[in-house]
Write a protein that binds this ligand. Structure first.
Ligand code: GTP
Length: 447
């Protein structure tokens, strides 16, 4: 889970304040000591931590907290505010050119995930109605051009390349001409990476920059490299000048130090984050939402957006009707499961639900394999069985288990869960009806 250990420690430290009716300066001081340690252990830049704790402390011992009826909650709110500030308050979007094409130059060290991210970004922009063109300017790493072509093919975006015998500046220049002719409104240039920053690389990037005058220079950084990523960002900002950062592999970064330091150290925003290897796993970065995720307050907005992107509204409405009439079958269940899978790994989804904190998530031991089993079991049922599960007797259970490569116990468990869910839905439906009759409230049933 993203920020797992940091989230756990912060939630622990602040949880102690939550229930208290009154806070002493000592309470605040103790909590802040823990917050400081948690941030340092998360590999957040030392100076950033010092400033952060100072700001929170100043506010936390002021009137805004001490005179409040819920001082503990107020401190959490302050920590939340300051975490947002640390990451740049609001989302930083791509600045598109007034007259297209918008030119985006991607840079970064080898292995940060530049090529993959270039493809992800193109795919995201395409979904937003843009017509991107990818440009292969890494002529040094063997197979870099091929890799970009493969990625471009997967997201169905054209790739401009001139092989590895041409100078990258000429390639970039020709690509822009080509893009203009072909009506591409965004041109994304994949530049060469190096193992370390060296003058030659910087000069080449500067030459491309001077030639094509990009609207955006985006630096791709690997979140797992922690403070090294922050140093790379400082270097690129000083030597080349960047507009923002794309932080990759955040899905594997339990500490989160780079995400929390980059903005404060370089004054450049994180614009997107990579959340997995797949080409649709790039998300716009929202500091406010990330802060509430770290504090276990959920991220309802991202959850809704994800659902809207992946769920079919018409199907959802049909399902609601079925649920109301208790006609919910395994067919619908399978449908639901498949739609949900599109939203990403379960643990990532649950992390966005308010009230699910890092500790609970650990205990839940969410296993996506379980979903695969469930899907296999349902797929091994006949259509008749899916529509009318009550006919599934012993011998049918045996057949289904065999067909899905699971055990009879697993099949039994699923049938039991399904029956219980149906019973619960029935109860909820009844409850909603009585409440409505009494005019008490409108139960937000499956909205
Ligand atoms: N888990 C995870 N893996 C990622 C993410 N982004 C990229 N990767 C993986 O990181 C590895 C390196 O990515 P590349 O795109 O090949 O690296 P690169 O920076 O383009 O390398 P150069 O072209 O040599 O500079 C690949 O295995 C990617 O699948 C991410 O957000 N999460």
């Amino acid at each position: 889970m993203v920020f797992e250990s940091l989230a756990e420690k912060l939630q622990n430290a602040l949880g102690k304040l939550k229930g208290k009716g009154k806070l002493s300066e000592k309470d605040v001081k103790n909590a802040m000591r823990e917050v400081k340690l948690a941030l340092l252990e998360a590999d957040v830049n030392y100076k950033v931590v010092k400033d952060f704790v100072k700001k929170v402390k100043e506010r936390a011992v002021g009137h805004e907290v001490m005179d409040s009826l819920t001082p503990g909650q107020q401190v959490i709110k302050i920590v939340n505010d300051e975490l947002c500030n640390l990451m740049g308050k609001t989302q930083s979007k791509i600045e598109f050119a007034d007259s297209p094409p918008t030119i985006i130059m991607m840079c970064g060290l080898q292995g940060a995930g530049k090529t993959t991210t270039t493809g992800k970004l193109a795919s995201l922009l395409k979904k937003k109605g843009k017509k991107p063109l990818l440009v292969a300017c890494d002529i040094y790493r063997p197979a870099a051009i091929k890799q970009l072509e493969v990625v471009g093919g997967k997201v169905d975006v054209p790739v401009f390349s001139m092989g590895d015998k041409q100078n990258p500046v000429n390639i970039a220049k020709a690509a822009v001409e080509h893009g203009k002719k072909n009506g591409n409104d965004v041109i994304i240039i994949d530049t060469a990476g190096r193992l370390h920053i060296d003058e030659e690389l910087m000069e080449e990037l500067q030459d491309i920059k001077d030639e094509v005058k990009p609207n955006e220079i985006l630096l791709v950084l690997d979140a797992m490299t922690g403070q090294d990523a922050v140093k790379v960002a400082e270097s690129f900002e000083n030597k080349l000048g960047i507009n923002g950062v794309i932080l990759t592999k955040l899905d594997g970064d339990a500490r989160g130090g780079s995400a929390l330091s980059i903005r404060a150290v370089t004054d450049k925003p994180i614009k997107f984050v990579g959340m997995g290897e797949k080409l649709d796993e790039l998300e716009p970065f929202h500091p406010d939402r990330m802060a509430s995720r770290i504090l276990g307050m959920g991220d309802v907005l991202s959850l809704i957006e994800k659902a809207q992107e992946n769920f079919d509204t018409k199907k959802a409405l049909e399902l609601e009707q079925k649920l109301r009439k208790q006609e919910f079958t395994f067919e619908d269940f399978l449908d639901q499961l498949q739609q949900m899978k599109k939203m990403g790994p379960l643990s990532q989804i649950l992390e966005m639900v308010p009230g699910v904190n890092s500790k609970q998530l650990k205990k839940l031991n969410v296993d996506d394999k379980e979903l695969v089993h469930i899907e296999a079991i349902i797929q091994s049922m006949t259509k008749e069985e899916r529509l009318n599960p009550s006919i599934i007797d012993g011998s049918r259970r045996k057949r289904i288990a065999k067909g899905s490569g699971t055990s009879i116990q697993q099949v039994n468990r699923l049938l039991k869960q399904f029956n219980e869910t149906k019973k619960m839905l029935k109860k909820l439906g009844k409850m909603e009806k009585t409440m409505k009759k009494r005019g008490k409230f409108n139960f937000p049933f499956f909205q």
